[in-house]
Ligand binder design. Structure first.
Ligand code: 6PG
Length: 247
């Protein structure tokens, strides 16, 4: 796999490294392009990062007026539902920083999944505004997590969405743990157009799947299919998640 892999001692160190990188990328993007677009992830891992970004010293270093928040995926529940990825970000980050409300481009999880997907795709298209009217996205940063089955965002093994070649957003139905099954997700074309993709993976429960994704062969696992065509791919792992690799 053509990726930077950084192994850090614990989840705390992973969150700090991700926060430092987010600060640097936000300043760089705002300085050179006037805005910073980041797609947040859900799940339990990124909450720590979001809390760090909302606190000093990171908070004061981020040009919040130029930050645009998107999501890599969303569960189809209302925004006030604790199962919503937007809800996680609102509680830990958005409500604590001066990001303009108009810069929060959430997936409308309260809609029927197909409609939510189309509405979100239009939101992305409007933001990136391809002069030729085509579907196009180039996020400055996409944060991703890794599921124990190799999924990332809401791209699950054997999902028909993996075959998508044109749309930026798709609806998906998946049963995973006790999480909401109806989802909306960025597709591979959208994810692989990013300038930077950053996976955050911690904990020993992820060790086997990290090994399969990082050292395995073939392209079967969804997370292995994240290979930004003109961008950088980085994995931040804690020692527990990385314990089976490189040995
Ligand atoms: C979601 C996700 C999903 C997540 C992984 C890892 O909404 O469920 O965005 O892809 O990142 O399932 O989740 P954990 O961090 O909880 O292990």
């Amino acid at each position: 796999m053509d990726a930077e892999i950084l192994i850090l001692p614990d989840p705390e160190a992973v969150a700090h490294e991700a926060a430092r990188r987010t600060v640097a990328l936000s300043r760089d993007a705002a300085g050179s392009r006037g805005r910073f677009s980041v797609a947040l992830s859900g799940g339990s891992t990124p909450g720590h990062l979001y809390r760090l970004l909302a606190a000093e010293p990171y908070r004061a270093q981020i040009p919040w007026g130029e930050v645009h928040l998107f999501w890599g995926d969303e569960r189809c529940v209302p925004p006030s539902d604790p199962g919503s990825n937007y809800y996680l970000a609102r509680e830990t980050l958005i409500s604590r920083v001066p990001v303009p409300p108009g810069n929060v481009h959430r997936v409308r999880g309260e809609l029927e999944p197909g409609r939510a997907a189309r509405a979100y795709e239009q939101e992305i298209q409007g933001f990136f505004c391809d002069p030729h009217g085509g579907l196009h996205a180039r996020f400055d940063l996409i944060l991703l997590g890794l599921g124990e089955d190799g999924h990332t965002a809401s791209l699950f093994p054997d999902s028909p969405v993996l075959a998508e070649r044109e749309r930026l957003v798709a609806a998906a139905t998946v049963a995973y743990q006790d999480r909401p099954a109806e989802r909306v997700t960025l597709t591979l074309p959208a994810l692989n157009s990013a300038r930077q993709v950053l996976f955050l993976v911690t904990g020993s429960a992820k060790a086997s799947i990290v090994q399969a994704v990082v050292e395995g062969a073939g392209q079967a696992l969804p997370a292995r299919r994240i290979q930004p065509a003109a961008g950088q791919l980085s994995w931040l792992l804690d020692a527990d998640a990385a314990r089976l690799i490189g040995g």
